[in-house]
Design a protein around this ligand. Sequence first.
Ligand SMILES: Nc1ncnc2c1ncn2[C@@H]1O[C@H](COP(=O)(O)OP(=O)(O)OP(=O)(O)O)[C@@H](O)[C@H]1O
Ligand SMILES: [Mg+2]
Length: 370
Amino acid sequence: MNQGKQILVVEDEIITAKVIQKKLISLGYNVPVTVASGEEAIKKVKENNPDLVLMDINLETKMDGIEAASIIRSFSNIPVIYLTTHSDDKTLERAKITEPYAYMVKPFEEKGLQINLDVIFFKHKIERINHENEALIQASKTKSEFMMAVTHELRTPLNAIIGFSEILKSKNNGTLNETQEKYVERIHSSGNNLLGIINNILDLSSAEAGKIALSREKISLGVLFNDVIDIVKESTISKKIQIKTEIDPGLQPIEADKNRVKQVIYNILNNSIKFSNPEGIISMTAKKEGDMAQVTISDRGIGIKEEDLRKLFNDFEQIDKGASRHYGGLGLGLVISKKLVDLHGGKIGVKSKYGEGTTITFSLPITAKS
Ligand SMILES: Nc1ncnc2c1ncn2[C@@H]1O[C@H](COP(=O)(O)OP(=O)(O)OP(=O)(O)O)[C@@H](O)[C@H]1O
Ligand SMILES: [Mg+2]
């Protein structure tokens, strides 16, 4: 594990320096040089970029170990360990400010040195991973913000397309012939489909950037069920799908964001319709479970294979690419739904049997915990 790790020893007592170098080499470290002054230490760190610096605190040279360490810290994050024999409180206070990884009191045992170095390299590795994670989180946030800006820009012209095609459809500015009417209808429905996709991408990006704020009010799940059933009416009629609802009379209105909960119910119900065979039956229930309201939407559609269930809440994950292309969709509906349910402090889960049907259940707190 020590193989290849290079250590720079900064020690002005030549004998001590050589003893330390020998000990480190015997432990498997690479110690090409030892240096005797702060200035040389800085130069060698720049030249060799070692993995660690063992720095004598009390160098009897112009620049002492603490000053050299603080300069090294200003341009590199190589860990520095101070070596001391005995130091007065003032020196130790100065040393602390430079945030060394550790102090080691000379002379030290080989075993102690080995353990200290192992711990320090491990600590440094964890710090580096944390640092890289932070950079990744930042990059992902920047990406989400960029996506938010792009989708926002796309929505403006699209709203114009939808709006103007609606005006043409209304025939307020003159009649259209049959072909024109068909084309305008196409423009309108394609525009709406595209808007749905853009809104989903915008929602996902906003959720990832932590930019979705809930606006809570008292809402009745029964009313929301009816609102959503109304939105999907056309597709249920054309597929001859029957929707049964059941609302627990003991379930009081819940404190939640009306549009967001509606969006979750819509995403789940829309899937159930999409993945049901014609003349299928879908059931929607809402009941009280302790201090939560539990919504369950079940269908007897194509179902999901067990090995695919865990993919369900992953971004852009379409379980069966061929089938998804057939059914349409980007694979965002459930991911967004999960994020919205999480934001409310709720939970969402799925049960499904391939070829038999799917049940999605989510629960939301009846009273919001702020
Ligand atoms: N009720 C269901 N029955 C069968 N498969 C389902 C059901 N709900 C979801 N799935 C599977 O899970 C996948 C992901 O669903 P999700 O709603 O996230 O995406 P989508 O419907 O493909 O696209 P989008 O919702 O973005 O339009 C679906 O593509 C489908 O394979
Ligand atoms: Mg969907």
